[in-house]
Design a protein around this ligand. Structure first.
Ligand code: FE
Length: 203
């Protein structure tokens, strides 16, 4: 996808940097505390959490029911809660409907289950085109859906964030949750791609 981001730091990044320097200089914030927050969202909280929930839903009908009924609750049950994790809704792909998530206004995203949003998710072209021409956007991600499959686009807000539960790939019968988890990519949980086919997983 095209991107309107340049290699220069954005104004937001520069402002954030300036604020950080000032807060540290005034002794209001410890750099270690900031690093810990960033590390949490870069390394500890990430798409592996969402992938775990999806793989559980694929293998445990009871958990799937709970996840679809109240994703915030089901995620918290597995220990995934925190900032930007409230009001989480799981939307399930079926042979009839494919779900796609966007935030048309800014970059609302379910941090606790997917980590930080990718740059393209925050880009102006994705935010507008996911709504106006979702099929074309999906095609650019290499996702070709049969014409009869409907696309449902979910516009995220600070009040409601979405997790796509992709369809379980065929040929994965009897797989463990841990193994299945490897097929559930971040992009599949945003809805721009499908879960990986089993042959894509290294033995
Ligand atoms: Fe937003």
């Amino acid at each position: 996808m095209s991107s309107d981001h340049s290699h220069l730091p954005s104004e937001t990044e520069l402002r954030a940097k300036a604020l950080e320097s000032l807060l540290v200089e005034k002794g209001l914030v410890k750099p270690e505390a900031l690093d810990a927050i960033i590390e949490t969202y870069q390394d500890k909280v990430g798409p592996q959490n969402g992938a775990h929930l999806v793989a559980l839903a694929w293998t445990d009908a009871d958990f799937r029911r709970r996840l679809l009924a109240d994703a915030s609750e089901a995620a918290a049950e597995m220990g995934y809660f925190g900032r930007q994790g409230e009001h989480l809704k799981a939307v399930e792909n079926t042979p009839e409907v494919h779900n796609l998530v966007v935030c048309t206004l800014c970059s609302c995203y379910p941090w606790t289950v997917l980590g930080l949003p990718p740059v393209w998710y925050k880009s102006a072209p994705y935010r507008s085109r996911a709504v106006s021409e979702p099929r074309a956007v999906l095609a650019e991600f290499g996702t070709e859906l049969p014409g009869e499959v409907g696309i449902r686009v979910w516009d995220s807000t600070s009040e409601m964030r979405y997790l796509v539960v992709p369809m379980r790939p065929v040929g994965t019968e009897g797989w463990s949750v841990e193994r299945l988890q490897g097929l559930v990519t971040r992009n599949a949980m945003i809805g721009v791609e499908q879960a990986l086919p089993p042959e894509r997983l290294a033995p």
